[in-house]
Design a protein around this ligand. Structure first.
Ligand code: URA
Length: 245
């Protein structure tokens, strides 16, 4: 039986031909990394957020939204005790409803309790009215319902290995995350251990950050994320050039 579920993005060319996930270059790369951190790849059940391949990111995002109810249904069939690893943004969005992989990776998530009732009543009303967007609302309700069935599951998001193959800046991050996943799967890392090191706070305003930093010991280490998916990306922050105040 599987000890962990890996959720990728979509099949690549080779996966499409063979009809199996992670049999191409990305899969090979991931197998190698798993070996390095003592994570037994053969104990991982493999899933993809979309079942069809696309060359274009936007199409891929759309496919994974359409496919989300199917993915969530299949994930719900696994033993609730085994963790779900989401690779990259589309699988993390489908499973957790969180858009940013850079803000979600590195944390051990517990899937939230959700009530799909309100989403369903909105979708049903729109259908009765014949509103043009009723199908979109229907899909959304199916997704919320699918996520509600995963409440309480442990979810470990990380960057996608295919992304790391293109930009090895992220290789250390993927390795750190896989090592944490491996410890979780082996039972060497548990919620209790994490809580002993906590409690955690999430802050984003400068004053709040100052207040939290002041509570720490004189020597601290800070991991700075620039907030964009690539260094020097969208928000203009470049760790090689910007000064940290
Ligand atoms: N990348 C994925 O996300 N899934 C696969 O199955 C192969 C490559």
């Amino acid at each position: 039986p599987a000890k962990v579920v890996f959720v990728g993005e979509a099949p690549g060319r080779k996966e499409e031909i063979q009809g199996k996930p992670f049999v191409g270059m990305t899969g090979q790369f991931l197998r190698g990394l798993c070996r390095e951190v003592d994570l037994n790849f053969t104990e991982a059940a493999l899933q993809n957020s979309a079942l069809c391949r696309s060359e274009i990111d936007r199409e891929n995002d759309e496919a994974s939204v359409c496919c989300a109810p199917r993915l969530l249904r299949e994930l719900a069939e696994f033993d609730p005790k085994i963790p779900i690893v989401t690779f990259g943004k589309s699988s993390t969005l489908s499973v957790l409803g969180v858009r940013s992989i850079m803000h979600s990776r590195g944390f051990v998530w517990t899937a939230r309790e959700l009530d799909p009732g309100p989403a369903w009543s909105k979708a049903r009303k729109a259908k009765l009215r014949g509103a043009p967007k009723w199908k979109e609302l229907w899909l959304k309700a199916q997704i919320v319902e699918g996520r509600s069935k995963l409440a309480g599951r442990t979810v470990l998001p990380t960057v996608h290995p295919a992304f790391v193959l293109r930009s090895d800046t992220w290789l250390p991050i993927l390795k750190i995350d896989l090592d944490r996943i491996s410890r979780w799967v082996r039972g060497a890392l548990t919620k209790e251990v994490l809580l002993e090191n906590g409690p955690y706070v999430v802050v984003s305003k400068r004053d709040e950050i100052r207040r939290e930093l002041r509570k720490l010991s004189p020597v601290i280490s800070v991991d700075v994320e620039t907030g964009a998916s690539t260094p020097g990306g969208k928000n203009g922050a470049d760790p090689l050039r910007n000064r940290l105040l």
